[in-house]
Design a binder for this molecule. Structure first.
Ligand code: ZN
Length: 353
């Protein structure tokens, strides 16, 4: 699984300002008695033109600065050897703004949380258990990409429903992610696919990307649908992080770190949180899905397999230890609540190692 730092893709920041400041063409008339007024008008027009020019310059400087800040963090981790891949969420700080404007016409929604608060005391943590509608899942034929696509859409529908309710409770605007379940190569603003990860989330497009055949190959043909539901729910978890406002602060802070080992201390918390959010969703649909004890075992085995390997160096450790990956997935499953998934404020730092 795994995330993506998707910065790429944003066209140049400094696109030329549209159009000129407008023409000053309409003449003041030919009569002498109008000439003084015409002169004043011209001066006003010239003044307005200069003001506009200054504003445009300031604006282009600002957008250049913003984009270069975002761009400087393009240190995408490489894929994990075990197929977990680098599914860290896209970190584009520029293009996620449009999704912040969502809301019903005539109804003022609060802005999403920001800063340190968004991480450690996000209102989403106080929304209690997820309570999705029943989510009966059809048989999955993993060898049939069409069946996989249908399965993923159905689970994504359930995720949309569950998280929309939760965000409503928190009073935070929420738009579901777009879905790209690919069977042919393509390009996202974050990276091209197929990608080594088999699945990723791109914040720049607000979309979850999963290869309908690639993931089956990555998971060695596993027949247990819960591992694919978990993968989708994990990537969806990164979207939840984005919509709840914490990704932005996370990326800001992460890029202040001086080296990979320092940055990874942030990345692991993000990945473990996504695991927990996936666990919370799956726990909440365990009855209607339905998921058995065997499925729970498969889920936890998968959490272990997609964790960092025990022989990884600090520079490689982006997803947390096997024990921690399992611990957070299980915590989410048991509590069925995002409140169980606050990896940013834990008493025991070993839990996010
Ligand atoms: Zn991830």
């Amino acid at each position: 699984m795994s995330g993506d730092h998707g910065l790429g893709g944003f066209g140049g920041p400094g696109a030329p300002a549209p159009g000129g400041p407008g023409s000053t063409g309409s003449g003041p008339g030919s009569r002498l008695s109008h000439s003084r007024r015409a002169h004043r008008t011209n001066r006003r027009v010239f003044g307005a033109f200069c003001g506009l020019l200054v504003a445009l310059l300031a604006l282009s400087l600002l957008s250049w600065t913003t984009v270069s800040d975002g761009g400087s963090t393009a240190d995408t981790a490489s894929g994990q050897a075990d197929g977990a891949g680098d599914d860290k969420p896209g970190q584009n700080l520029v293009d996620d703004t449009p999704s912040g404007q969502l809301g019903l016409p005539g109804r003022t929604l609060p802005d999403r949380p920001s800063g340190h608060t968004a991480l450690v005391s996000n209102p989403l943590y106080d929304t209690g258990r997820l309570s999705p509608l029943p989510c009966p899942v059809p048989e999955l034929d993993v060898d049939d990409p069409g069946s996989m696509e249908q399965f993923l859409h159905l689970v994504a529908d359930c995720l949309d429903d569950a998280w929309k309710t939760q965000f409503d409770r928190a009073g935070i605007p929420f738009a579901p992610p777009d879905r790209v379940f690919w069977s042919e190569p393509g390009v996202s603003p974050c990276r091209a696919y197929p990608s080594p990860a088999g699945a990723f989330y791109c914040r720049a497009s607000g979309a979850v990307y999963i290869g309908t055949s690639d993931v089956v190959e990555k998971w060695n043909g596993s027949q247990d649908s819960v591992v694919y539901a978990s993968l989708l729910a994990h990537e969806y978890g990164h979207h939840v992080q984005g919509e709840s406002g914490l990704l932005e602060y996370y990326h800001e802070q992460r890029q202040l770190e001086e080296d990979d080992a320092g940055r990874n201390t942030w990345t692991r918390r993000s990945e473990l949180q996504a695991n927990c959010l996936a666990g919370a969703f799956l726990g909440s649909v365990r009855v209607s899905y339905p998921l058995t004890d065997g499925d729970l075992s498969a889920l936890l085995d998968d959490a272990s397999a997609t964790a960092d390997r025990s022989d990884s160096t600090e520079e490689e450790r982006t997803h947390g230890s096997s024990d921690n990956s399992v611990w957070w997935t299980r915590a989410g499953w048991d509590e069925q609540s995002p409140g169980a998934c606050n990896t940013w404020d834990v008493d025991d730092e070993d839990l996010v190692a």
